[in-house]
Design a protein around this ligand. Structure first.
Ligand SMILES: Cc1cc2nc3c(=O)[nH]c(=O)nc-3n(C[C@H](O)[C@H](O)[C@H](O)COP(=O)(O)OP(=O)(O)OC[C@H]3O[C@@H](n4cnc5c(N)ncnc54)[C@H](O)[C@@H]3O)c2cc1C
Length: 478
């Protein structure tokens, strides 16, 4: 028997595995399909209800500490640990590490995890419950791909076990960080140590009491003539002397406690020489290796967020207590058009993301750069449109804390900025597409020449087919 909140069709519940888009089905294993259905139930039945408990536990921790930052950020909601335990019982752990590159994960492809990530994106707690939350996912990939055995043992193992959390520190307040060649936190060698000085901000997860390791990008080789070889990535334990978290940044008014986004300074922070990842001057390689599949994860969670917005939208349209001008909102045609547009846009965006995931699976993130950039731009824009329509249908409630839509909007909006703003991806896509321009001009010209030759063979001369230059009354039967 179907459970009401699992209904996703007028006739009842169709499991997630049976709703996999046709185009992706041949690439999904039976095991992944079974797991997908478990993920769906876990999220709908356990995580979404637990989101309310999670928010209340953070609030109560804040109240107990008289609403200080330490209160909201000093707490670790116990409901998360209960969900983690449950997720492990269900076999839902570390699904994000793709099987063709890492032995440490749960053995799924990027496509298979992408399908699961959509459901995780419907809840605030689900990703962390399954140890699939950013920024740890990308950070674990860094350790798994580039870490030494020692680094893996010290940091990757506890991260894979969900015992600690981590942060990735690239962005700086004083420079335009979407161009990472600008990153200037200084990494200087002194004897057996690296010494770090500078500032970082938007360090997501740094507020979490369990965040023990920072992966930091800085400039170690300012004199290297190749500007892509000046930066390095280095590991810095969060409790190293000289580190100060000055404040936590808000996202459109939300503090994202207990993980948060830190503004941090480094004042003569010293770490041993073996803290460097991959090697001096190889920061760009590490950052690029980290961001590929991570962008797909964000995009798939955003698809889930859009589905959730549509669900709330439909619930409001059919609320018998709210009938503007005597009719359910669903009887007002304009709303159904908005529903239809949302359906089309979500389904189209999902296909693009799955296509990118398949492309990564069949090669690697580098072979799918175009597809990844496309979804990086397409999906957040789609999400904003769907959220906006749902929010509008709720009137005042839509922008308040009484629906999840306001928080989803804040989170969704940041996707147009994080991991490179839209413009950077658009510019890259536009540039690459434009490379065909000259070849296309030549081809079109050749086709025109061939058309004139063909006309001659049929005994004709080229004419304006619309006859727009005809003289009135002459030669036309019209
Ligand atoms: C919620 C959130 C979480 C984040 N988490 C992290 C994190 O964990 N770690 C981390 O290091 N960073 C993080 N960031 C930072 C994020 O990655 C940066 O904000 C982003 O890369 C842009 O850098 P910037 O803010 O310095 O903007 P800038 O580089 O100053 O760019 C400003 C604007 O300029 C425009 N622009 C940039 N390049 C071009 C171009 N080529 N053509 C035309 N216009 C352009 C864009 O509109 C862009 O938004 C996070 C940000 C947010 C909002």
């Amino acid at each position: 028997m179907s459970v009401p909140y699992l209904l996703n069709d007028a006739k009842g519940h169709i499991p997630a595995s049976e709703r996999i888009p046709v185009i992706a089905r041949p690439f999904v294993s039976e095991r992944a399909k079974r797991t997908l259905d478990i993920v769906e139930r876990f999220v709908e039945e356990e995580c979404i209800p637990a989101d309310t408990v999670y928010l209340q536990q953070i609030k109560e921790a804040g109240d107990a500490a008289k609403n200080t930052v330490e209160g909201r950020f000093g707490s670790h909601p116990s409901v998360i640990e209960d969900l983690k335990k449950r997720a492990r019982e269900l076999g839902l752990w570390n699904m994000f590490l793709p099987k063709n590159h890492f032995k440490e994960g749960a053995g799924f492809s990027n496509l298979e995890y992408g399908l699961m990530a959509e459901y995780l994106g419907k809840s605030m707690t689900a990703s962390e419950a399954c140890n699939c939350a950013a920024p740890d996912t990308g950070n674990m990939e860094v350790f798994a791909k580039y870490g030494t055995e020692e680094q893996k043992q010290r940091w990757l193992t506890p991260l894979l076990n969900g015992e600690i959390r981590s942060a990735f520190l690239m962005t700086e307040p004083q420079v335009a960080s979407s161009d990472a060649t600008n990153i200037e936190l200084s990494i200087r060698r002194e004897g057996n140590e690296w010494v770090l000085n500078g500032q970082k901000w938007w360090s997501s997860g740094a507020g979490d009491v369990r965040c023990q390791i920072y992966i930091v990008m800085g400039r170690s080789s300012p004199d290297n003539p190749n500007k892509y070889r000046q930066q390095s990535v280095i590991l810095v334990p969060a409790d190293t002397p000289g580190i100060t978290i000055h404040r936590m940044l808000s996202v459109l008014g939300f503090d994202d406690a207990p993980h948060g986004h830190g503004h941090i300074s480094f004042d003569n922070v010293r770490v041993p020489l073996n803290s460097m990842v991959l090697g001096e001057g190889r920061g760009f390689e590490v950052v690029q290796g980290r961001l590929g599949p991570g962008r797909i994860h964000h995009a798939m969670r955003s698809i889930g967020s859009a589905e959730k917005a549509l669900e709330w939208f439909l619930a409001r349209l059919n609320d018998p207590a709210k009938k503007p001008f005597g009719e359910l909102l669903s009887k007002h045609g304009i709303m159904l058009e908005r529903v239809a547009r949302s359906r089309i846009e979500i389904d189209t965006a999902r296909l693009s993301v799955l296509n990118a995931a398949i492309k990564i699976d069949q090669g690697d993130a580098r072979t799918a750069l175009k597809e990844i950039a496309e979804v990086k731009v397409q999906v957040p824009s789609m999400l904003m449109d769907v959220l906006d329509r749902a929010m509008q249908a709720y009137g005042g409630a839509g922008v308040s804390q009484d629906t999840p839509l306001a928080y989803q909007t804040a989170l969704g909006r940041t996707m147009r900025i994080v991991d490179g703003p839209d413009e950077v991806h658009l510019l890259q896509l536009g540039r690459n597409e434009n490379k065909r321009g000259d070849a296309l001009r030549t081809r079109i010209q050749a086709q025109r020449t061939r058309a004139v030759e063909l006309l001659a063979r049929y005994g004709m001369k080229e004419q304006d087919p619309l006859q727009l230059n005809r003289v009135s009354g002459k030669g036309s039967k019209l």
